[in-house]
Design a binder for this molecule. Structure first.
Ligand SMILES: Cc1cc2nc3c(=O)[nH]c(=O)nc-3n(C[C@H](O)[C@H](O)[C@H](O)COP(=O)(O)O)c2cc1C
Length: 365
């Protein structure tokens, strides 16, 4: 190989390494935190319903885009008005006059870290009024995390995604986009939950949490939203001596029965707290598949050190009732924009776990 070729290979290798480094940084920079704006447009109400559901799950300010001209029926006469608005933009996308006027939007886009754009699809493109908003504000969204929700009757959303990327050329787009067909709006809540999980977006957690202490370690469990979890929580604080079984679980028979709703989970995950029968509390510290049925009580969020804390024999475990609850209450009252850990410390760079932010419990997966 001649020297030129060798140099070229060397150069390519160095650039690849540099790019790998950049990608690594980008992954960190992309973890959504900070302030969130949801901006949406809706003509027939589907996107509005989606955004209402989303609004209960995340901390965000929400603004609606409204066309300046009221009362237009974009769908009448085989979508005549909607179609001509889209055609005008398509023919001349760089000219401000191609975009229909919208009312002033009361949001300072620059003050947000994350922007969720929720829009209907019109003739495969992004609905015209949302395009107007992004035409005027997209440049201000440089380096911000952008998440896209599109609703259509049936058309795939690729051209609408391309519109978003054209209008927000330097946005950090979070993948995947969320596509909700009009026939799926009734199921939007579940689709949004799944999507927020995929883009690792911090979500408000309404479930109760319970501390679990063993072997000098303290863990936090998220309780299920069911009668068994509620009844168990009411019995806490509770210290019990749990017995070892099968090298993967600790169990203890309570002296009272809890409400049951058993099902076979298929897989038991390390950290699962289950009710076997109506009175046997089980804490699992290994993941395996099972043919047994349980009523789920909760799940320990961070299982690092769980097996170590529980040890190989019987072990004393305390559910609930530690100092954490006190700091927790204090942090619950503080609405200063900081993220607090469950034990009340300020966390400058919240990554994974449960935090308290502006008085709400937030789960970052
Ligand atoms: C002008 C116009 C054009 C549309 N074009 C399409 C289309 O090309 N493909 C499609 O699947 N749905 C199309 N739709 C349906 C909407 O995308 C769909 O009903 C969406 O859920 C509406 O959201 P909204 O209720 O928030 O306005 C169109 C609707 C309008 C008003």
């Amino acid at each position: 190989m001649d020297l030129k070729k060798l140099m070229k290979r060397f150069f390519v290798a160095i650039v690849s390494l540099m790019l790998l480094g950049c990608n690594g940084d980008e992954v960190l920079a992309n973890t959504p935190s900070g302030r969130t704006l949801v901006v949406y447009y809706s003509f027939t109400g589907n996107v509005r319903a989606i955004v209402n559901s989303l609004g209960g799950k995340i901390e965000a300010d929400v603004v609606e885009i409204e066309p300046a001209e009221e009362g237009l029926d974009y769908a009448a006469n085989n979508y005549a008005i909607g179609s001509s608005l889209i055609a005008a933009i398509r023919n001349n996308p760089n000219d401000a006059d191609s975009y229909p006027a919208i009312k002033d939007v009361a949001a300072d886009v620059e003050s947000y870290d994350n922007i969720i754009v929720a829009t209907p699809l019109w003739w495969s493109q992004m609905a015209a009024p949302m395009q107007t908003f992004l035409f005027h504000n997209g440049a201000k969204m440089k380096d911000k995390n952008i998440a896209l929700i599109v609703s259509s009757a049936s058309s795939p959303i690729a051209a609408t995604v391309a519109d978003a990327k054209r209008l927000i050329p330097e946005g950090n787009f979070l993948e995947p986009n969320l596509w909700i067909k009009s026939s799926q709006v009734g199921n939007a809540s579940a689709l949004i939950d799944q999507w927020l999980n995929q883009i690792q977006f911090p979500t408000i957690m309404n479930n109760d949490t319970l501390s679990v202490r063993a072997g000098g370690y303290t863990f936090t469990a998220i309780l299920e939203d069911n009668a068994a979890a509620q009844a168990f929580n009411e019995m806490c604080p509770l210290t019990v001596n749990m017995s070892e079984l099968n090298g993967n679980e600790k169990y203890y028979y309570l002296d009272q029965s809890l409400p049951t709703q058993p099902s076979n989970p298929g897989t038991i995950n390390a950290g699962d707290i289950m009710l076997y029968g109506s009175s046997c509390i089980v804490v699992f510290y290994k993941t395996f598949s099972t043919s047994y049925s349980y009523t789920k009580i909760g799940h320990i969020t961070d299982v690092t050190n769980l097996a170590k804390a529980l040890g190989t024999g019987s072990v004393s475990v305390t559910f609930g009732g530690d100092d954490t609850a006190i700091s927790n209450i204090k942090a619950d009252e503080v609405k200063d924009g900081n993220y607090y850990s469950i034990d009340g410390r300020v966390v400058s760079d919240p990554k994974h776990g449960i935090f308290i932010h502006n008085g709400k419990k937030i789960l970052i997966k």
